[in-house]
Design a protein. Sequence first.
Length: 164
Amino acid sequence: MHSIATRIATVPLAALAAASGATLAATVLTAGPASAASKATTVKAVETDFHIALSKKTFNAGKYTFVAQNKGQTTHALMISGPGIKMAMTKDLSPGQSAKLTVTFKKGAYDIDCPVPGHKALGMNVNITVGGGATTASKNTTASKNTTSGGGGGSSGGSGGYGY
């Protein structure tokens, strides 16, 4: 299916060829819809006591939505930092809760961890490397959006009160 913009863009080329008397002997290449370029890749981040398991192992530059799921017995959260991001994080998640964190990665090394005091040191830390093409796991974010779902509870404060 061709987008309206693609069809409009090809009309002047055809009209120009006809007006100049030239024969048009070229293949017109069309791009996909503009929305396809901005669509985020979804990555599950399952947090347990005390581990983070990502559903994706390799990352390229682009937009990602992390779905953090607390399947542990204690409060957790998800934080991403690296080139261009200081702290993109979810709110604190009580057991059973989940939250989404959308980030845009650039090429570079990133840290994905639980910002609850002591949890990173207990093993809730994943280091990734974002490549320009197909490479090993990595991330870079320039924007973030937090949304939450799940059962009640949790703590107050957008940053979880860790003072980072």
